[in-house]
Design a protein around this ligand. Structure first.
Ligand code: PLP
Length: 494
C-alpha cells in the first residue's frame, strides 16, 4: 500500500508543480494584458471578457467530470488575482504620474488633494481631520452619524450596569434578555416568527455584515451588490476573496431595481444578494412589489439575501423588512447607531432563522471577540424601551433632510427625495473635475462624501449627510452653493 500511496503522491506533486508553473505563466499574460489596457486607457475589470472565458471553461466541465461550482470558484480566484496584479500596475503608474505632476507644480505637494482612487466617506473624514488639526474649521457633511442625544434611560442603564457589577463575559451571541426583547419587537413590527436563538448581538451593524458574509460565503463565491452602495459590502467581499457583481441603479429610474437586469447578472455561483433599505446613500426605500419579486427570484435560485436595515428607524414611509417574507435564507442586520444615535456604543445585531448561519456567526464572533461588552448590551436593552426618543430623532433627521432638499432644489441639482436614512445623494453638473470640486469644498470648510465611493457609475454625485444641526447645515449648504457658482455649471438642460 505504501508504494502505491507514494507513487500517487508523486503524481499529485508533479501535477501541482505543473499547475503552479501555469499559474505563473497566466499571471505574466495578465500583466501584459494590463499594459495594453493602460496604453488604451481601458478599465481593469472587463466582465464581458471574464464571462466569455467562464462560459467556455464551464462548458468543458461535464466532459471532464468536474464540479461546475468548484470550477467557477476557482475561476473567480484566478480573475481576482489578475485584477490584483493589474491594479498594482495602475497604482504604480498613478504614483509616477502624481510625482511628475508635483514636480511640475513646484514640488510643494497638496494636502487637500483627494487623490485618484475611489474615495470612501472615511477618507474625506481623515482629510478633514488633518485640516482641523491645522486649525481650520470644517463642517462635517460626509459622515453617517446622526449626532443626536442618546435616550436618558441609556445613560442611566450604563451607570446601573456598573453599580450592579454587570461587566462580565456574556454568551457570545449576547444576553438572552436582550435577544428576546429584540425578537419580540421584530415579531410584532414585521409579523416575523423569531426566537431569541435567531438573534446575535454584535459590535455594530458593520460587524454583523462582516460576520454574516464570512459565515456564509467561501472564497471564489459571488455576491451581488446593488449600487450605489455603502462601500463596506465590497470591501468585505474583496477581503474574504468573494467576487462582487454590481447591479447598478439610476437616479433617472428613481433608484429602482430592474428585476430583468438582476436575473441576467446572476449565475449559479451567485450565493448572496445584498440589499440596503432605507438606502445609504440614496435614501430610497425599496418598493414592495420589487422586494416581492426579488425574494421570488432568490427563493427559486436558493440565493441568500443579506438585508441591511440599519436605517429602519429612520424610514419616513412604509417600509418592508426582509423578515416579513419568512425566507430562511435571509439575514437581517440592524443597529443602535442610527435611530437611537448610539454610534460610539458600537452595538448592532443580526436576525436569521437559518441555524447554520447564526451558529456560524456566533462561532466566529466567539473566536474574534468573545462577546459585546456587557454594560453596552444593557444600554441597548434600555434603548429598546426608548422608542419615543428614537421617533423624535427621526423627526429631527427628516427636518434636516427637508432643509437639504429645499436648498439643493434652489441650486437646481438633481436628486431623489429620500424616503428614509439620513442622506441626500445629489448629482452635480459642473464642467470641472469632481475631485477638484470636492477639494474646493474642503478648502472652503465643507466635507462631503464623493459619489465615487458608492460605486463605479456615480462619480458625478456627492452624498450630503444630515449629521449636523440645521444652523450648521445651512452654513454648509451656502458654501456648496458658492463653490458651485464659482466653478460654473454645465446643466443638461442648457
Ligand atoms: N450599514 C449601513 C448601510 C451603514 O451606512 C452603516 C454605517 O454608516 C452601517 C451598516 C454600520 O453601522 P454601525 O456599525 O455603526 O452599526
Amino acid at each position: 500500500m505504501s508504494n502505491e500511496l507514494d507513487e500517487l503522491r508523486a503524481d499529485i506533486r508533479s501535477l501541482t508543480e505543473d499547475l503552479v508553473r501555469l499559474l505563473s505563466k497566466r499571471l505574466e499574460v495578465a500583466k501584459r494584458i494590463g499594459m495594453v489596457k493602460m496604453r488604451h486607457g481601458l478599465g481593469i475589470v472587463d466582465e464581458k471578457a471574464e464571462d466569455e472565458l467562464r462560459s467556455h471553461i464551464l462548458s468543458m466541465c461535464d466532459a471532464l467530470s468536474l464540479d461546475r461550482i468548484f470550477v467557477n470558484r476557482m475561476l473567480n480566484l484566478l480573475f481576482a488575482e489578475s485584477t490584483r496584479v493589474q491594479e498594482a500596475m495602475y497604482e504604480e503608474m498613478g504614483r509616477v504620474e502624481e510625482k511628475e505632476e508635483r514636480s511640475k507644480s513646484g514640488g510643494g505637494g497638496d494636502e487637500s488633494s483627494v487623490g485618484r482612487a475611489r474615495m470612501r466617506p472615511v477618507d474625506i473624514f481623515s482629510k478633514a481631520r488633518v485640516l482641523e488639526r491645522m486649525g481650520r474649521e470644517i463642517i462635517h457633511m460626509e459622515i453617517g452619524e446622526p449626532r443626536l442625544t442618546i435616550p436618558s434611560k441609556v445613560r442611566q442603564s450604563l451607570i446601573d450596569a456598573l453599580d450592579k457589577g454587570r461587566y462580565h463575559y456574556t454568551e457570545s451571541k449576547g444576553l438572552e434578555e436582550l435577544r428576546s426583547a429584540i425578537a419580540d419587537i421584530l415579531n410584532v413590527r414585521y409579523s416575523a416568527s423569531l426566537s431569541k436563538d435567531d438573534v446575535i448581538i454584535t459590535p455594530g451593524g458593520r460587524f454583523a455584515v462582516y460576520l454574516a458574509m464570512l459565515a456564509s460565503l467561501k472564497p471564489g463565491d459571488e455576491v451581488l451588490v446593488v449600487e450605489p452602495a455603502w462601500p463596506a459590502y465590497i470591501d468585505i467581499a474583496e477581503f474574504i476573496g468573494v467576487k462582487v457583481r454590481r447591479l447598478s441603479t439610476r437616479l433617472e429610474d428613481g433608484w429602482s431595481i430592474d428585476i430583468g437586469k438582476l436575473k441576467s447578472i446572476m449565475n449559479q455561483n451567485t450565493r448572496m444578494l445584498i440589499l440596503n433599505y432605507p438606502n445609504n446613500p440614496t435614501g430610497k426605500i425599496i418598493e414592495k412589489d420589487t422586494l416581492d419579486a426579488i425574494v421570488d427570484v432568490a427563493r427559486s435560485k436558493g440565493m441568500m439575501i443579506l438585508s441591511d436595515e440599519v436605517y429602519a428607524d429612520l424610514a419616513f414611509k412604509d417600509f418592508n423588512s426582509i423578515l416579513q417574507y419568512n425566507y430562511d435564507k435571509s439575514i437581517m442586520v440592524s443597529s443602535f447607531s442610527k435611530g437611537p444615535s448610539m454610534t460610539g456604543f458600537r452595538i448592532g445585531y443580526a436576525a436569521t432563522t437559518s441555524k447554520q448561519i447564526i451558529d456560524g456567526m456566533s462561532r466566529l464572533q466567539s473566536m474574534m471577540l468573545t462577546c459585546v461588552a456587557e454594560p453596552i448590551q444593557y444600554s441597548a436593552l434600555a434603548a429598546l424601551s426608548s422608542m419615543d426618543h428614537v421617533r423624535s430623532n427621526a423627526t429631527i433627521i427628516k427636518s434636516r433632510l427637508d432643509l437639504i432638499c429645499r436648498r439643493l432644489m434652489d441650486m437646481q441639482l438633481s436628486f431623489y427625495r429620500p424616503d428614509g436614512a439620513m442622506y441626500v445623494f445629489a448629482k452635480v453638473d459642473i464642467n470641472s473635475d469632481m475631485k477638484r470640486f470636492v477639494d474646493a469644498l474642503l478648502e472652503k470648510g465643507v466635507a462631503v462624501a464623493p459619489g465615487s465611493g458608492f460605486g463605479s457609475c456615480y462619480d458625478r454625485f456627492i452624498r450630503i449627510s444630515a449629521g449636523v444641526d440645521e444652523r450648521v447645515l445651512s452654513k454648509g449648504l451656502d458654501i456648496i452653493g458658492d463653490v458651485l457658482n464659482m466653478m460654473g455649471r454645465d446643466r443638461e438642460n442648457e
